[in-house]
Design a binder for this molecule. Structure first.
Ligand code: DAH
Length: 377
């Protein structure tokens, strides 16, 4: 018998994974001496420590070997009846330890097998299934229009500049030669945040002209897009918040022909080669002479329709030669330098380009409207 026991211990030590090995510990009931119990119990403990299970079958094999009634542990309990009375207590303690160890290990193996089962489930990916819908957004038509305008002017040497939306009286009005009683300075036309000194939401991007000229020396060739605010009732054609893009070119010998050529170039790039441009004499406090910029109607090609009110022309902005007073207000020598400026409405240009009839659509966030611009980058 002793030979068997030794062999069992020996086998156990030589086994890496011992779950599958039904052991010769089945001879445990025949153990007669105290040291031998201890040896066997230690061997079983080592076995349990090394036991492993990678799938439900191996887990079940472990259960049969170490947990079930007929397992080696079960048999250790059964052997109790052959143990002399005075040793029963110590033996019982040892066997209970083994039982606890076997159960702890069983829990550990259950968790291991469960987690590897759930891991393998996540690889049950069916790559042949059609993909779920990916919703691709689009660029807002105003953003796209602004980008296109910037692109056109950047290619002919204009850089970009920005100014604050909350502006003081000097930059929005006074430096731009607005007389004291100009209607734009009235509360009903402009959102004033403070009076004396006057702080307001800028009414146009022309204020950025002043900021650039105060801080830079000619030659200046800059484009300033941005948001502007006017105290207007919202309708299909007007809004209290809208966007403009301002252009400014100051250098020696800049003339009205440069202004015309620049805007011809812009109109053809933006709306197409067939587009005609017309300059209509006008007045702005900060330009002299001043002109309204009209382009041939995109809808009727100049024949006359309800968009152009039968004239064949639509207005896209204002322009002119920078008034010498403005240059001087900004510290630029008006004897040496001349310049031109223009300001255009971005909504206006987008409405003409994409034939949008109602200004409010830009800010209502109706996806049915926005979706139509999805293909634009
Ligand atoms: N600031 C003017 C407006 O909002 C537009 C404008 C007119 C800008 C003439 C200019 C200009 O730079 O030269 O109505």
């Amino acid at each position: 018998m002793e030979g068997f026991t030794q062999a069992a211990i020996h086998l156990d030590l030589g086994n890496e994974k011992n779950v599958f090995t039904p052991y010769c510990f089945r001879f445990v009931p025949l153990i007669k001496n105290k040291n031998m119990h201890q040896e066997r119990i230690e061997a079983i403990k080592r076995e349990i420590a090394k036991a492993d299970a990678g799938n439900p079958e191996e887990l079940e094999a472990y259960r049969i070997n170490y947990i079930s009634k007929k397992s080696v542990v079960g048999e250790l309990f059964a052997a109790m009846r052959d143990i002399p009375n005075e040793q029963k207590r110590a033996y019982g303690q040892l066997v209970n330890e083994v039982k606890q160890l076997a159960e702890e290990k069983f829990q550990e193996l259950i968790e291991k097998v469960n987690s590897s089962a759930s891991k393998s489930k996540s690889t049950d990916l069916d790559l042949t299934l059609p993909p779920s819908n990916i919703h691709v957004g689009g660029v807002h038509p105003l953003t796209a229009t602004r980008q296109r305008i910037i692109e056109i002017f950047e290619r002919i040497g204009f850089n970009l500049s920005e100014g604050p939306e909350i502006e003081d009286d000097w930059h929005n009005f006074t430096a731009l030669n607005f007389p004291e009683n100009h209607p734009a300075r009235e509360m009903q036309d402009t959102f004033f945040l403070e009076k004396n000194p006057d702080i307001a939401l800028r009414t146009h991007t022309s204020s950025v002209q002043v900021r650039v000229m105060e801080n830079q020396k000619p030659p200046i060739r800059t484009l300033s897009p941005g948001r502007v605010f006017r105290n207007e009732a919202i309708s299909a054609r007007a809004h209290c918040i809208f966007h403009q893009v301002e252009g400014l070119y100051v250098d020696e010998n800049v003339g009205f022909a440069d202004l015309k050529n620049t805007l011809y170039h812009f109109a053809k790039e933006m709306f197409g080669k067939e587009t005609k441009v017309r300059f209509r004499p006008s007045f702005f406090p900060f330009t002299e002479p001043s002109a309204e910029i009209d382009i041939s109607c995109q809808l009727c090609g100049g024949k006359g329709c309800n968009v152009c009110k039968g004239t064949g022309w639509v207005e896209i902005g204002g322009s002119g030669m920078v008034d010498p007073n403005v240059l001087e207000n900004c510290g630029i020598d008006s004897k040496r330098y001349t310049g031109f400026a223009f300001g255009m409405g971005i909504e206006r240009i987008a409405m003409l380009k994409y034939q949008i009839k109602d200004l409010r659509l830009f800010t209502e966030n109706d996806v049915r409207f926005l979706k139509q611009f999805r293909s634009m980058v």
